[in-house]
Design a protein around this ligand. Structure first.
Ligand code: ZN
Ligand code: ZN
Length: 612
């Protein structure tokens, strides 16, 4: 893992003029159409009576129709014939020069139309909310401490940078410190006269980190999580008016129109929910980094087990000086996935969590009527016994034998329902299986909770006697480029629920696997060193931009001309679907090529960072 001083380069932040400055004369605008083929500025004449400027939403004539457009800046690039801006849609300025610089970086990095980025950054208007001034900012004024962050390795350097510096810090909080570290960072930014954006992966339940910040900073903090259209717009207007010093929210909060941002904090930075599925399909971690650069702010990427992507970039690592984790024992699974060691510790545990990533009671192995291996009659998929019913894992059809149509199968017992069953026969306290529809919750005072990935939310420290990690080998062998990393991240999150004097027991036949070793040592570095070459060998090096592009037959040659790191092509005569992995310096050339091909109709869709 690299650990280096903050970037010595000059900050690339953008100077800002007053938000209300009125422009007149030729201006470039972004037409409000989410099309790569129109992703360039167009020039119009703006008259001063409109009192419009950077970030104004206006109406312009375009191909014989009136369309909406965003004012970007004054321009000297004046065509022979120039049309006039016809009117202003709203008196609100939806972004300033800082915001625009950030949106442009997003547009370039994800090869998405600027109009798409703006549409994602600015909530839908509710015109009736635009009246009235926002109340003044409260001072928040509560007593704060820096928690234990000051005692962390490089913790002082982080606190100092938050006052008036910048740079990227990867923070590994101790299991009990996740929320306290975030509160300390926000407090240091506010004390330096700056503001803070905190990104959390989930809205429901409200992550303990988000709740702790709301509690610590009172009226100076706003939770920008979910809510109806009117409420979200009202909140956005209040943020833009300078009402708050701290904004906590899910992905879209990275666009919060705060000024003087000193901190962009990403909680559980490797969480899959931090990636947006819709164009520009950004990852909160990368968006936070871009925003941090534009605002000359500190970027904190926080996780119990930092991602490969976070670790691969230039950063300062901040972690506890000692080991705050419970000891981790590795045992072989034993018959039906129950090691004698786990059984013994479970018997004495008052509060425990058993992490079982596989759902249901078991998998059908063989048809009892004809003796053939079990497979779905509709699609030949795997058949799973769950809640008393056998169904196809793939198509959901009721379980019928593909060979003879019978519905009687021999089942291998394995899964969360089976774990609940045997744990009940062992534990001396009640055992509950957390069903997906229940939503995540804390472990009760006397309880063994059984759950999968859905259970692993930021609920604050649980201080359990025992955390059992079952079926580790199944997690490691799942398909997907980042399956192993996801498994390790989940294990670290589960292990964080054990109190320091408690026990973590992981059941695996692969005790020498670098992922298992990373969990045992409490240090992900060894896993990262083993995993990075695997990714590179598979054609997807860490940090290399990946795109899925759909288009016509010329697409393949155009992409080959960029000498990509990896290029996989599928499709028929007239259409191509290309998965392309770029060398990072080629991103700009790729974006230019895609925009050029989009104008010719040769590219129909560009998706950044697709799931692999
Ligand atoms: Zn099926
Ligand atoms: Zn059969």
């Amino acid at each position: 893992m690299s650990s280096a001083a903050p970037s010595a380069e000059a900050p690339t932040s953008v100077p800002n003029s007053p938000r209300e400055a009125v422009l007149s004369g030729p201006v470039s605008v972004c037409i409000d159409r989410p099309l790569l083929s129109l992703d360039r500025p167009f020039t119009y004449e703006l008259t001063p009576e409109l009192r419009a400027g950077v970030g104004s939403l206006v109406q312009v004539p375009f191909h014989g129709r009136l369309v909406r457009a965003w004012v970007l800046r004054a321009t000297d690039d004046v065509p022979e014939r120039i049309l006039k801006v016809r009117g202003v849609v709203s008196s609100v300025r939806f972004f300033d020069e800082h915001g625009l610089a950030f949106f442009r970086r997003m547009s370039e990095r994800y090869v998405a139309p600027l109009a798409t980025v703006i549409a994602r950054a600015v909530p839908p208007r509710v015109a009736s909310e635009e009246r009235g001034a926002a109340p003044a900012r409260s001072d928040g004024g509560r007593a704060r401490s820096d928690g234990s962050l000051g005692a962390y390795r490089n913790g002082r350097a982080l606190l100092q940078a938050l006052g008036d510096g910048d740079g990227t810090f990867v923070v590994r909080p101790g299991p009990a410190d996740e929320a306290a570290v975030a509160v300390a960072c926000v407090g240091a930014a506010l004390d330096g006269g700056r503001t803070a954006v905190v990104l959390v992966p989930d809205a429901d339940p409200v992550p303990a980190t988000a709740a702790a910040i709301a509690e610590a900073f009172g009226d100076d903090a706003i939770l920008f999580l979910g809510g109806d259209k009117r409420g979200r717009y009202r909140t956005w207007l209040d943020i833009a008016a300078g009402r708050y010093g701290v904004v906590v929210g899910t992905r879209p909060a990275v666009f919060a129109p705060l000024r003087d941002v000193g901190l962009v904090y990403v909680d559980r930075e490797g969480h899959p929910q931090h990636r947006d599925e819709r164009s520009p399909s950004y990852h909160a971690r990368d968006a936070a980094t871009m925003r941090g650069e534009v605002d000359a702010a500190v970027v904190v990427l926080s996780a119990f087990c930092p991602s490969l992507e976070a670790s691969a970039r230039e950063h300062v690592l901040v972690e506890p000086a000692g080991r705050p984790w419970a000891p981790v024992e590795v045992v072989k699974p034993g018959p039906e996935g129950r090691s004698p060691r786990l059984i013994r510790v479970l018997r004495d545990a008052r509060r425990a969590f058993l992490f079982e990533p596989v759902r249901g009671y078991g998998l059908a192995r063989v048809c009892r009527a004809c003796g053939e291996p079990a497979a779905c009659a509709s699609c030949r998929g795997m058949l799973r016994l769950e809640r008393g019913e056998i169904r196809c894992v793939v198509c959901g059809a009721p379980g019928r034998c593909a060979s003879c149509g019978a519905a009687d199968f021999g089942v291998v017992r394995r899964g969360a329902e089976r774990v609940e069953e045997w744990a009940r026969s062992v534990a001396t306290v009640p055992v509950w299986l957390l069903k997906r529809e229940d939503g995540a919750r804390s472990v009760s005072e006397r309880e063994v909770l059984v759950g999968g990935l859905d259970a692993l939310k930021d609920l604050g420290p649980q201080a359990l006697d025992l955390v059992g990690i079952l079926n580790a080998d199944a997690s490691l062998n799942r398909p997907g480029v980042d399956a192993r990393e996801r498994a390790l991240t989940a294990w670290f999150e589960a292990a964080a629920w054990a109190r320091r004097e408690g026990r973590v027991i992981v059941q695996t036949n692969a005790s020498n696997d670098p992922a298992i070793q990373a969990l045992v040592s409490g240090r992900p570095g060894r896993f990262h060193r083993a995993e990075a070459p695997r990714r590179a060998e598979a054609g997807f090096p860490v940090g290399a931009p990946v795109f899925r592009v759909s288009g016509g037959p010329d697409l393949e040659d155009e992409l080959r001309a960029l000498s990509p790191r990896t290029l996989l092509v599928s499709g028929g005569e007239d259409t191509r679907i290309c998965l392309v992995v770029l060398h990072p310096p080629d991103l700009a050339a790729f974006g230019a090529a895609m925009r050029r091909l989009a104008v010719r109709g040769e590219v129909t869709r560009v998706e950044a960072e697709p799931h692999l």
